[in-house]
Design a protein around this ligand. Structure first.
Ligand code: ZN
Length: 153
């Protein structure tokens, strides 16, 4: 396991579309393990593979409901609405106000290729939508209605 470098806004990698995962191999397992270490160290709620420079459809979320790994995710339904504050490990020192669905149903595969589906609500749904956008080169600052600098104290 290792801590990977989190790339920052301005790097073109963050703007590219990620590719489907086709090999559920040791390399994928290492990527996921490293991403988890990196996320824990950064104290974030989620991390997508493009943020560590890997253009693969992979992200992880660590929220109250637990720790989840999503490979080749597809959001199959979005409902409701929530407006709240959001930050990103690739956009340091800023927070934005972003509208997201209050509930999403997501289909994905685990690190072994097994398919699963789950329902995420509230902050969990926000985290899933945020990370999912990374796989298509979208950053929250693109859709935020307001962006603020973090208080410097
Ligand atoms: Zn992010």
């Amino acid at each position: 396991m290792a801590i990977r470098n989190i790339i920052q806004i301005g790097d073109e990698t963050l703007r590219k579309k990620s590719f489907e995962v086709t090999s559920f191999d040791e390399k994928l397992a290492t990527l996921l393990d490293d991403m988890r270490d990196t996320l824990t160290k950064a104290r974030g709620a989620g991390l997508a593979a493009p943020q560590v420079g890997i253009l693969r459809r992979v992200f992880i979320v660590d929220v109250e409901e637990g720790y989840f790994e999503f490979v080749n995710p597809v959001i199959v339904s979005r409902s409701g609405k929530q407006i709240g504050q959001e930050g990103c490990l690739s956009v340091k020192g800023k927070w934005g106000t972003v509208e997201r669905p209050n509930k999403v149903v997501i289909k994905a595969q685990d690190r072994h290729g097994n398919k699963f589906q789950l329902t995420a609500k509230e902050f969990f749904a926000r985290a899933v939508c945020h990370e999912y956008d990374h796989l298509d080169g979208i950053l929250y600052v693109d859709i935020a209605t307001e962006i603020e600098n973090e208080a410097n104290d």
